[in-house]
Write a protein of this length. Structure first.
Length: 201
């Protein structure tokens, strides 16, 4: 894993260990950063004594690079700021899914964790054009359902051309289906070609 490359890397900032203007420092670096709201620590049980301990309040930060780079190159960027604590292991320092980690920053998929009254977009800080995307990644089951919806949509409207399908989706404003269709051109186009071929027989 250590030899692989990634476009994003992550770390923690503890307010009591960072300069007061640390967010301005990251902004002035001109790098693309995402900053979480302040996370209160989860209680942690001491397995030896049974006592409940808490870690310090912290911010999660994620750096997004323009092209994939190695963990070593990523660490060279983070080394400019000793107050960003980074995981020692490359597999935890590298970000596998920018979208999933962005969702974790506001605990969208962790109902048992801390939540905020504000909308996620209002409490996440994007610096210098960080590509924020909070849409949930589709599971295999989700993708199957989206395919069924797409094919039913095509059948119900007797659509035979991909451009026609895109135009209708834009007109109806079904952006979830629009994104799925445009992200899965090959599957949808093959289905439409099959419809046209069957009509000619």
């Amino acid at each position: 894993m250590g030899a692989s490359k990634s476009r994003a890397f992550t770390g923690l900032v503890y307010p009591d260990s960072a300069p007061k203007n640390w967010q301005d420092i990251l902004r002035d670096s001109l790098g693309m950063w995402l900053i979480s709201p302040l996370h209160e620590p989860d209680p942690v049980e001491d397995l030896e004594t049974g006592a409940i301990k808490t870690l310090k309040p912290h911010y999660h930060v994620m750096y997004f690079h323009g092209a994939p780079i190695t963990p070593k190159a990523g660490r060279s960027i983070f080394e400019s700021w000793t107050w960003i604590v980074t995981p020692h292991k490359a597999e935890f320092f590298q970000v596998g899914s920018v979208r999933n980690l962005s969702r974790y920053f506001v605990h969208l998929d962790q109902p048992e964790k801390q939540h905020w009254a504000e909308k996620p977009e209002e409490i996440l800080t994007c610096l210098n054009g960080f590509p924020l995307d909070l849409e949930r990644e589709l599971t295999r089951k989700d993708k199957r359902e989206m395919k069924k919806q797409t094919f039913a949509f095509i059948q119900d409207r007797s659509i035979t051309e991909f451009s026609e399908l895109v135009d209708v989706l834009m007109h109806t404003g079904d952006w979830v289906l629009f994104d799925f269709v445009t992200d899965n051109y090959g599957v949808v186009q093959n289905y439409l070609m099959s419809i046209r071929k069957r009509a000619q027989e």
